[in-house]
Design a protein around this ligand. Structure first.
Ligand SMILES: Nc1ncnc2c1ncn2[C@@H]1O[C@H](COP(=O)(O)OP(=O)(O)OP(=O)(O)O)[C@@H](O)[C@H]1O
Length: 261
């Protein structure tokens, strides 16, 4: 899903002001007997970069998929701004090796591939030189750029990038975050990012949400904070002092736990 439009259905939920693109309240997702997300409150506003961090399996991708409208079997309330256009770059994307297709053709097949924001999407994602290349032959970083270009075709209000820095070298990661800021400014969109790259997260994010076992462990603006013990406990001491710093508020009382504790 790359050019989803959500928010046309009227539904009860948290208040959505003019700037708020999506807001979730007491969001809970259960898979099997296990809560994957538990009582999560989160909102993304236009022009804001919100980054989700947390260990493997902490619920980051699930949260992104709920906020982008891809997962709807949740408890709690999720409210999207009316007519919200979402661009989504998934964490995993497999190309069928038996179906040769160029990057241009791949993008043209997107919902807004023929009448969308083609020139800007291609230029902003820096993929002009990749358009005639077969998708199967792209490197991981090149593939991510094409997926980003495809997500931009709809001029999204909300751009969700699930681990866009995965597989990129240091220089590529720096470029990526510069690109995210550029896109945020150019499109005025909100950006929701999942990342394990904590140094870059802290440098390029308005708000960080740290998930652990489906709860928001801590959250805040990176520039306004100092080391937080729970965050350090989660990510270890390999981080530089400039990285492990943001204030937080718990989303649950110490005695109030989901069934996993
Ligand atoms: N459809 C599903 N069925 C069963 N379990 C699921 C399903 N989707 C997610 N889960 C489980 O929910 C938990 C959270 O998954 P999720 O992919 O959201 O985590 P994540 O934080 O994005 O992990 P990672 O950093 O490894 O990508 C995991 O334990 C996962 O196995």
């Amino acid at each position: 899903m790359f050019g989803l439009t959500v928010g046309r259905r009227a539904s009860a939920g948290p208040a959505v002001d003019d700037d708020t693109l999506v807001a979730a309240q007491r969001l809970t997702v259960t898979r099997g007997q296990q809560p994957v997300l538990c009582n999560v409150d989160v909102a993304v506003k236009a022009g804001q970069v919100v980054t989700l961090v947390g260990p493997n399996g902490s619920g980051k991708s699930t949260l992104v998929q709920v906020l982008t409208g891809l997962i709807r079997d949740h408890q709690g309330q999720v409210r999207h701004r009316d007519g919200l256009r979402v661009g989504y770059v998934p964490q995993h994307f497999r190309i069928d090796r038996n179906l040769p297709i160029t990057a241009r053709r791949f993008m043209k097949l997107a919902p807004r591939g023929r009448h969308g924001n083609w020139d800007s999407a291609v230029a902003d994602a820096g993929v002009a030189h990749l358009l005639e290349r077969p998708m199967q032959g792209l490197s991981g970083g090149e593939l991510r750029r094409v997926l980003l270009a495809r997500a931009l075709l709809s001029r999204p209000h909300l751009l969700a990038l699930d681990e866009p820095a995965a597989g990129l070298d240091q220089r590529g990661q720096g470029e990526l975050y510069r690109l995210i800021r550029h896109i945020r400014e150019r499109y005025g969109c909100g950006v929701l990012v999942v990342s394990h790259d904590l140094n870059l997260v802290m440098a390029a994010t308005d708000q960080v949400l740290c998930l652990s076992e489906g709860h928001i462990l801590c959250r805040g603006a990176p520039e306004s904070v100092r080391a937080h013990p729970e965050y350090l406990a989660l990510f270890g001491s390999h981080l530089g002092p400039e990285t492990a710093v943001f204030p937080h508020a718990h989303d649950h009382e110490p005695g109030e736990h989901c069934s996993h504790g």
